[in-house]
Design a protein around this ligand. Structure first.
Ligand code: F6P
Length: 519
């Protein structure tokens, strides 16, 4: 990063700002909020509680310009082959242009709409002729986290004819077992969601589900009426036994962690109907256009990205907390863990050289009011300096006096925490001393609905992209997860053969204890 013209100046500004308390920045500038907040319809970013000045912002924007961020954004939206290590486009934005759809995408929407209609009209029937009442999505990573996060967040917008939706992802089998125990095979439909259709987690669970179905209906062709496949690999779906009319497609140019916008989002469409699904796409598309057409100083995703770079590379903060103040966003931080850390958790530049600067920070989070009673202690009085994103909605859930009371309590808590982190508290008692000075963004959005959730996710996608451009890394591959998968297969062989002598001592020792216990 030292090649950027603004780098040395930003370093010097960071050193001086390290000595300045956030409180002083507010005292010195009564216009601070006015100066450091931006908005677009439906969203406002307040970044006045970041340790920045106008000069810092200018430096960050000049870095983005020098890195050709604008050209990169255009290449992303035009579907250039940006994922060069896998020779693919990263064209998830093409999935959400609802008013001008790509024909291949529109064809899949039609197939999805047909399935959704059949389910809502109770016309999709199982092997015994009974209508489907439960849908189980089997998938992991991007084939699980997006649909899980969205269907949980938008439960209140559920179509009254929607079947119940369940998610299974963990290969230990327990989650699947406990869901199956409550379901009737005659009325259960499985969605096997896997971009590669080669992930052992998903396929092992799908095999168990198939065995459960077969043990009830006895005939393979009847059992397979209960399985929809969603994949970018139709051949593997067919080999596994998914019937041609039960297959939904997407393409290698949709990355796993960006796939909720594709037919991987089928559960979202089932829950809300295609209209709701398309509202989510349209919200994301609005952010795509904002990202492309808005100067960086007013560009919400670009700013969130650049502020993250400032905090990571200049102020040396190593943690990023995600704190949504709405219980409906229970799975949002988990979703972002994959989006951000699988994308930018890299140590290699595009050209293969190792980086000599920090990239993606450790990101974690939790619904704010719960996190207050869990890890906020560290944010207030710990030794780590952490950046936080508070996410708040203007409208609450429900109506009536109690609903208003809870909404106000929620707003008060969100604002109290970001303020306490900034202001701190002097005390003669060192145990009660709060240093404050912890930086944060507050993203204020109108409400939790399909449109705004689409916007929110797209903002973070483009934040990640902005950072990848500055860090000069490919955010669209994930080679780092391959090694563990390979080793797991070889350890599984050792377990099957009950011979671990070629493994390291620690692995052998642990296996030995397990074998002795189960002997
Ligand atoms: O192992 C990581 C990963 O490849 C993710 O990127 C992906 O979302 C997940 O596994 C699931 O992959 P698939 O959809 O191909 O089963």
């Amino acid at each position: 990063m030292k090649q950027f013209h603004a780098y040395q100046q930003l370093k010097a500004q960071a050193e001086s700002l390290q000595q300045t308390h956030l409180n002083d920045l507010f005292t010195q500038n009564p216009e601070r909020f006015a100066q450091f907040h931006v908005q677009m319809p439906g969203a406002m970013l307040d970044f006045s509680k970041q340790k920045i000045t106008e000069e810092v912002l200018d430096g960050l924007v000049s870095m983005a310009e020098e890195a050709n961020l604008q050209q990169w954004i255009e290449r992303l939206l035009d579907g250039d082959e940006l994922n060069h290590t896998e020779g693919r486009k990263a064209w998830h934005t093409a999935l959400r242009d609802v008013s001008n759809p790509n024909p291949e995408v529109a064809e899949q929407w039609e197939k999805m709409a047909y399935i959704v209609d059949e389910l809502h009209q109770k016309q999709m029937r199982g092997y015994s002729g009974k209508a489907i009442t439960d849908v189980v999505n089997i998938g992991v990573g991007g084939s699980d986290l997006g649909p899980l996060m969205v269907t949980h967040a938008l439960e209140m917008q559920q179509n009254s004819n929607s079947p119940d939706i369940h998610f299974v992802s963990t290969l230990d089998g327990r989650q699947l077992q406990s869901i199956l125990a409550k379901l009737n095979p005659e009325t259960t439909l499985f969605i096997v969601a896997s971009k590669s259709f080669g992930t052992i987690d998903t396929l092992s669970l799908a095999e168990t589900a198939k065995a459960w179905m077969l043990s009830s209906c006895g005939v393979e062709t009847s059992a397979m009426r209960h399985f929809i496949g969603v994949s970018a690999n139709p051949q593997k779906m067919t080999e596994w036994g998914i019937l041609p009319q039960m297959q939904l497609a997407f393409w290698d140019w949709v990355g796993g962690r960006f796939s909720l916008w594709s037919s991987i989002g089928l559960t979202i469409a089932i829950q809300m109907g295609m209209d709701g699904f398309k509202q989510m796409l349209a919200g994301a598309h609005e952010v795509d256009m904002h990202f492309k057409n808005t100067p960086f100083k007013e560009n919400i995703p670009a700013l969130i990205g650049l502020l993250g770079v400032w905090n990571t590379n200049f102020l040396d903060l190593a943690g990023q907390a995600i704190l949504p103040y709405d219980s409906r966003l229970k799975y949002f931080a988990g979703y972002l863990e994959q989006l951000e850390m699988e994308s930018n958790g890299k140590h290699t530049k595009r050209n293969g050289e190792f980086v000599d600067y920090r990239t993606c920070p450790i990101l974690w989070g939790e619904v704010g009011p719960n996190a207050q009673h869990a890890f906020y202690q560290l944010l207030h009085q710990g030794t780590e300096r952490v950046m936080s994103d508070f996410i708040l909605f203007k409208e609450g859930q429900g109506s009536g006096e109690r609903a208003t009371f809870h909404q106000n309590l929620n707003i008060a808590n969100c604002l109290a925490q970001s303020r306490a982190m900034m202001v701190g508290q002097e005390s003669d008692d060192p145990h009660k001393h709060y240093p404050g000075n912890q930086v944060s963004n507050t993203l204020l959005m109108t409400r939790v609905d399909a449109h705004h959730l689409g916007m929110l996710v797209a903002m973070y996608e483009h934040k990640v992209f902005t950072q990848s451009v500055i860090w000069n890394i490919n955010p669209f591959d994930q080679w780092g997860v391959e090694l563990g998968k390979k080793i797991a297969l070889s350890i599984l062989e050792c377990i099957d053969e009950r011979n671990a002598t070629q493994l390291d001592q620690s692995t052998q020792g642990i296996l030995q204890q397990i074998w002795e216990h189960n002997a």
